[in-house]
Design a protein around this ligand. Structure first.
Ligand code: ADP
Length: 485
């Protein structure tokens, strides 16, 4: 199959969260399976610092936005010398410090930037002479593509056999802009109706993607069910229910080359489920380097997260004073909302001998913490997949999670199913419930043998991409077939 994978993030070129990991690992898996997969993404500033190996420009063209021609070029790089990566270059839009925002909030021209990108993708791919069977889009930043395919390009023979596929990684981010931005799409006002891109008087790009794609997936089965409810639907539940026949959840796999304690280049010591000494050594070195006391039997609890409300930071802060009086050490790696950053900085000042807060986005440190810690907290309000839970289990770091979204699909609770358990789960979104769940985990941590069993079960669980990638290709085939019928 010929697959054009359109994404706003791709590890290691540009990453703010799990979407980047997902994009690279799925693209590589599809390549391994023998498909002709090519990725296309914006050429952000971060891409330049990761790779200098890029082709000369393959395409040079322009997109007209509000009667002004904005030029773009497409150059080619590659993912691990395997998957071709097309980079859409327009420095005015993409050569910026961050992907989506500054410290003061979203870039005010995000609608222009991504509508431009979507239009350049379809315009550009024709000039690259790559005729995809499937265009796999991801999140609101690419959601105009399915709409354009079924409107502007509807009668274009080039895309006649091309099916549109959309994966939703987080329904809360919808690309919602004032109605006048409709003009940027190049489409007429007949596409600004309740059945198309209009949503409560605004332009809603994700809504367009949901309505116009041939198939929609989420990154876990449970999240696919949840988003059809008022509680988790962020207003789009009605539309999602309408498309229920073409909506399903496929659990993400993890990239076992990047996330394996046996080979991880970021770790000072390697380990596996058959030889665990390296985990103890990682913990010892980490504590030493960051000035925390090393004491056998003292658990190291961690959190590695974007600091956004959806990640459950409110309930963490509600219980953190009580938590810090327990016998444990606590380390947080995270960047995001200012009030959260300040609260965590204050917590570190209050408990300098027990807590470290790293206000950073640091890939290496994320790997080191996963390897050093005993327990990870994921108290999310909602969680489309939650790759971090899977990474943690692979690293023998036991997850304490709220039972929501993908976390409910991946973590088996000790209280309800001790024989198969891989972690601890709680239901109620409250500091009290989180604290109680952590206390349950600490209770088991004191029982070395049982704890070890729990760790080993997580470390040996199958989180590979094999099953999930097969599900993707089955869906691709299904919609390609439907298109040709
Ligand atoms: P989401 O996609 O919502 O951010 P996931 O758990 O699916 O949540 O993926 C998070 C990814 O981002 C993981 O790879 C995690 O290690 C990484 N991550 C989150 N915060 C940081 C940080 N501050 N520094 C480094 N990596 C981070």
């Amino acid at each position: 199959m010929k697959i054009l994978f359109v994404t706003p993030e791709l590890y290691p070129f540009a990453k703010t969260g799990g979407l980047a990991d997902y994009s690279s690992s799925l693209a590589l898996k599809l390549y391994e399976m023998g498909h002709d997969v090519r990725v296309i993404m914006p050429k952000y500033r971060s891409v330049r610092s990761i790779t200098t190996e890029m082709s000369a420009s393959l395409v040079q063209h322009s997109i007209e936005l509000l009667n002004i021609a904005f030029e773009f070029t497409i150059v080619q790089a590659s993912l691990e010398d395997k998957v071709p990566v097309y980079l859409v270059e327009n420095d005015g839009f993409f050569d910026r410090e961050e992907l989506y925002h500054t410290r003061y909030g979203d870039y005010p021209d995000n609608a222009v930037r991504y509508i431009f990108f979507n239009r350049a993708v379809l315009d550009g791919v024709k000039r690259l002479d790559f005729r995809p069977d499937i265009i796999h889009c991801n999140d609101w930043q690419t959601s105009l593509i399915p709409v354009l395919l079924r409107s502007k390009y509807k009668s274009d023979p080039y895309f006649k056999q091309t099916a549109a596929f959309l994966t939703i990684h987080n329904l809360a981010y919808q690309g919602s802009y004032w109605h006048y931005d409709m003009k940027l799409t190049g489409l007429g006002w007949e596409y600004f109706t309740p059945d198309t891109l209009e949503f409560y008087g605004r332009l809603n790009l994700l809504k367009g993607g949901i309505l116009f794609s041939d198939m929609i997936t989420t990154v876990s089965p449970n999240y696919a069910r949840e988003i059809c409810s008022k509680k988790h639907g962020h207003g789009l539940e009605g539309i999602l229910k309408q498309r229920k026949k073409n909506l399903c959840g496929i659990l993400n796999g993890i990239d076992l080359q990047t996330w394996s304690p046996e080979t991880d280049p970021h770790l000072p010591a390697h380990y596996s489920h058959t030889s665990m000494a390296g985990k103890t050594e990682n913990k010892r070195l980490f504590l030493q380097e960051f000035g925390l006391r090393s004491k056998p039997g003292l658990p190291l609890v961690c959190m590695i997260s974007r600091l956004e409300s959806l990640k459950g930071i409110d309930i963490l802060l509600a219980m953190c004073q009580e938590m810090m009086h327990l016998s444990l050490q606590f380390v947080v790696l995270g960047k995001g909302r200012f009030d959260y950053q300040e609260a965590l900085t204050a917590l570190q000042q209050q408990y300098p001998d027990k807590m470290r807060y790293f206000q950073a986005f640091d890939e290496k440190l994320a790997h080191r913490i996963e390897a050093a810690a005993d327990i990870i907290l994921l108290p999310s309000l909602y969680e489309p997949c939650g790759l971090n839970a899977m990474y943690s289990m692979r690293y023998g770091t036991v997850p304490v999670v709220r039972k929501t979204g993908g976390l409910a699909d991946t973590v088996i609770d000790f209280q309800t199913n001790p024989a198969r358990a891989t972690g601890f789960t709680f239901n109620s979104y409250s500091g009290k419930a989180l604290l109680q769940c952590l206390k349950n985990a600490l209770g088991l941590f004191a029982k070395q043998k049982s704890w070890r069993q729990l760790m080993l079960r997580g470390m040996t669980a199958d989180f590979s991409w094999d099953k999930s990638a097969k599900q993707y290709t089955e869906l691709y085939s299904h919609i390609i077939k439907r298109k040709t019928e």
